[in-house]
Every structure is written in structure tokens, then in C-alpha cells.
Write a protein that binds this ligand. Sequence first.
Ligand code: HEM
Length: 456
Amino acid sequence: MTQSTTTRGQAAPTEGGPPARAGRAGAVRFAATHTLPVLVRDLVGPRPRPLRTGATLGRPRWPAATLRALRARHGGAPVLLRGPTGPTLVLLDPRDLPRFHESPASELAAHPPDKCRAPGAAAAAGRPTGDEDHDDLRARRREVNEIVLASGSPVHPSCGPFLAVIADEAGRLNAPRTLGLARARQAVTRAARRIVLGDTAAEDEELAGWLDRLDAGGDRRGPRGNRAAETLHEKAGARIARYAAAAEPYTLVGRARRHPDPAGTLDPVGQALHWLRALDTVPTVLLRTLLLLAAHPAEQDAACAEARSADAAKGELPRLRACVQETLRLYPVVPDLVRVTVTETEWWGVRHPAGTSVLLPALFHQRDPEHVPAADVFVPARWTSPASRADLRMAPFGHGAGRCPGDRLGLLVVAAFCAEVLRGHRIRDGRPALDPVGPLPAALDPRRIRLTLTRR
Ligand code: HEM
């Protein structure tokens, strides 16, 4: 990164090579397959429902071959793409990962992924999506998230009650012989409402419907779309506030209620929307993990032994958590991480103005055969060393100050649901059939997953 400095707009040389710009064909191909779905959906509504986004459905958003070709052509330099969403700098070299993850928010501002953003919140407040958080408010919300979600603790303090809720709701998974997405969603969303809002919210399908509608069209542009989103947001907010007032102390809103908020700016209702939405990712991750275990019987037997051990009640489940992390490496729910430069910034000798989007294609790096051994194979053991949490090539939860504060809670919930299924059942004949020695497919559509459960 030591070339002479130029300002973007000039032909900016990279070390001994051409400017780090994608050619027209490369830019068009990339924009069509990658930049558009990730960036445009924030600017042009309506936002897709959680289960309809490309990544969640398992369609590749981008061709790895295109990214590898761009990296080879430009000697690893970040590639600037001018798409309809403005200039975007795409980081293709692993040497750029530390800077992306470790830069303070004063240099690279966070851009929370759709998965963890409250549906319709921005439109409801009459603001463009993405501008809702002022830096200091954002920092205080982050603090509340870290406390409520217990991001520093390997096991959440409410683990006991959460495991009891999951055991209760998992009965819905075990009842039918065949398990698919609809049944997984039913069990998990009930558990999510109980974990976030308390037992009285378990049956509240109406609230779930409002949140889905906010996701589907709440951010539609224009005053009408904003008004509709505002109404839905208000209804959902009032319902959540009612639950929050009576929620058990171990629930997430119960924990948030105990957090001092003298200025009244932290908006626990808004946070509850974030948490429900984040937990919406669990059914997909659960099904993919169980499918991979179906294709790897030895790994499945070891996970079952862990689920049946006395230690399982502590919620640590290290082996199952490793399986979930490996699933997320192969099939992340957030395949791209995005930041925005706050000031003029130099990358590889080229200056870029403030406001440039910087995109880290996390899925590309996590499955990069040039830098990750057995990149396309299911190897949960790679997550068992303590150092794996800090391995910057792997970012299913991000890293640094922007890292997902719900990572351990998310792992706990998915691993505990897996344990409930595996304790009494063997999973066979997973569909689609996977080759245990790989390479695994680039994508796994959760709607197509079918698992056959037989009693152990
Ligand atoms: C398998 C489950 C999950 C995955 C894969 C996941 C992934 C992520 C990722 C990749 C980010 C952005 C990191 C970055 O930009 O560098 C994020 C942010 C976030 N996640 Fe999660 N997440 C999960 C579960 C959860 C849960 C269960 C919660 C809360 C209940 C949660 C709450 C959040 C919040 C609040 C943020 C925004 C943090 C900030 O802006 O500072 N996530 N998540």
C-alpha cells in the first residue's frame, strides 16, 4: 500500500499495474450480481422480506470467479465500482481485512446489515434508511445491546430460562417425521417472541404479521409509504411496549428495562424490533446446520453425544456451536459487510472522498480457496481453537467495534435447537443431498431443505 498518492478521478496507478478500477464489463457484471442486491435495496424500496433475500434463500449474490478474476487483474488492490448507488470500493485482498474491521467509526462508519436492522424504523421516523443513528446515540444503543445481549459472556446470563423456552418450543420440530422451513419458523419465532418479549407474546402472530409487512414494504419511498410504515411501526411499538411493561426479568426487554436511560432516547421498543428481526435468521441457519450434519454422520453422532451430556444444560455446547459457525462460514446470513468513509481516505495510494462505500465481500473471503484450507468442505473443527474467534478471514458476525453483539446469543439459540432435535432423533436423507467430501454447493435454499427424523 505504498504507491504514490493520487486522488480518485485521476487514473490511479496500483503497484506496477493498471488503475484499480473494474473495466466496464467487470463493473456491470459485479453490479448486477453483487452491488445491486446489497446496496440498492437500502436506497430503493421495498426491502425484501427476510426469507426472500438472495443470501437467505441461498442464491449466490456474486460469482466468486468474478471477484477472483478482479483480484488477479488488479494485483489485490481494492476495486472501485461505480454503480447506481455511487462509488463503492470492494476489498478483495485479505491484507485489507484488519483495516476494515479495526478502523474507528470516526473513519469508517458502520452500516448495519439489513438482518439486524429494525424493519421500517427509518421510514416510520420519516428519515432515509441508514441515517437513523447519530454517532452518539448509536454508541449508547450499542452499549445497551452489549449489556442486554451479554456480548462479553460466553454464555448469556438468561441461558437457563432461554434453554427451557427452546426445549418447550422444539417439540414442534420433533413431532413430524419430516422437518422443513415452515415448521422450523413456527417453533423458532414463538421461542424468539418469548425470549425477547416474554411468554405472553408467544401466540402473537398478529405482531409477527406487522413486522413482516414492515419488512416487505414499510420502507417504500414517498409520503404514502412512509405514513403506512409509520402506522404499522406505531401499532407494533404500542404492542411491544405493553409486553415490555410486564415482561419477565430474564427476557431481553426485561433486561433493557433495568438499563438507566435518563434522557429517554434509547428506544427499547426499537431495540426489541432489532432483536426479533435478528432472531428471524435462526430457522435458516438451523436447517442448514442440520442438513450438513445429516451429510456428516460421524459429526452428527458427536454432536448428539454432546447434546445428551450433563454439560448440555449449561448451554456451552462447544461442538454444536462450532458446527453452527462452520455453517455460517459456508452460508453466511450477511454475505457482505459495508462501511462508509467519514473523511477523505487513502487506500493503496489512491485517495477517495468522504462518503465512499467500502464493501467487504465476507462470503468471498470465508470461502476463498487461495487463503482458506478446505474452503468448500464442512470442517467444524476449525472453530474449536480460541484463536478462531479472532481470525479475520472469517467474519460471519464481523469483528472489532462493529461485531454483532448478539453473536453468542445467536449461537446459543441455534445450537440449543439443534441439541433438542439430535437428543432424540437421527437425521437422515437430507435434501438436497450433499457430498460429504465436497465441494459443497455455493448456495443452499432453505425452502428446499427437507430432513427425515427417526427415533434414536
Ligand atoms: C446467527 C445469528 C446472527 C448472525 C449471523 C449475525 C450477524 C451479524 C453481522 C454480520 C452484523 C454486522 C457486523 C458488521 O457490520 O461488522 C450484525 C450486527 C448486529 N447484530 Fe447480529 N447476527 C446474528 C444474531 C443476532 C442476534 C440474536 C441479535 C440480537 C438479539 C443480533 C443483534 C445485532 C445488532 C444489534 C447488530 C448491530 C450492531 C451495531 O450496529 O453496532 N444479532 N449481526
